[in-house]
Design a protein around this ligand. Sequence first.
Ligand code: FES
Length: 232
Amino acid sequence: MTFDRRRLLQALTAIPVVGGVIAILSPLFRYLKPNDKPWQIFTVAPDAPAGGAQIVGTTRSLAKPWDYFYFTYVQKFVQYDPTGFKASNIPGVAIRLPRKVRFANSQGFVGYRGETDIVLFQRICPHLGCIFNYEPDWHNVTAGYGGFTPPAFERHALMACPCHFSIYDPEYPADPGNVISGPAPRGARYFEFHIDGENIVVTGAELGGIARIEPADAAPPARGGEHTRAPS
Ligand code: FES
């Protein structure tokens, strides 16, 4: 009986100690792995993007070749704030091309399934993260972005970054948005989208960092590789 009572007292004494250790470790774990549930300290599942479908514009705004509009896609990630989500605004551009193209499979991410003459790109430059511009007149690219003169077959609207002058071709064959000049290690990132009636619906955004060449980019056929397209 004496033995049991001693063990019981030891156990009771340990309760506040254990509780104190958990109280100290919980904020530490939450600092390392933020979450919105106080005791969910051992969550290891990666954050899942949950942007959801968003109508970003209509095809009516893209009536003619090289018409464009800018938009913002709100990408959400599970966790981080009282609503359970962290939201990131991703600036984008939608462009009507003069002909149909097919998106490359970028890191397993396909922007659009099938051929399309409407293309969407994220405007966050893969070099160091500036926001690049759509330039309807290639002369503006030569004049305002470091003097790059596109070859004859690319003298059309281009996308250009004002920070270090990376230039992207929205009509690049089999890889729309490929980088054709400048330090960017790869082409412009895609949105996943489809056309529903006249609505342009974005359902996801290609994720990735900046200032690095990703493994699939290093192997041919590369995104962001050398500018080797033959004139068509
Ligand atoms: S951030 Fe765009 S070229 Fe450097």
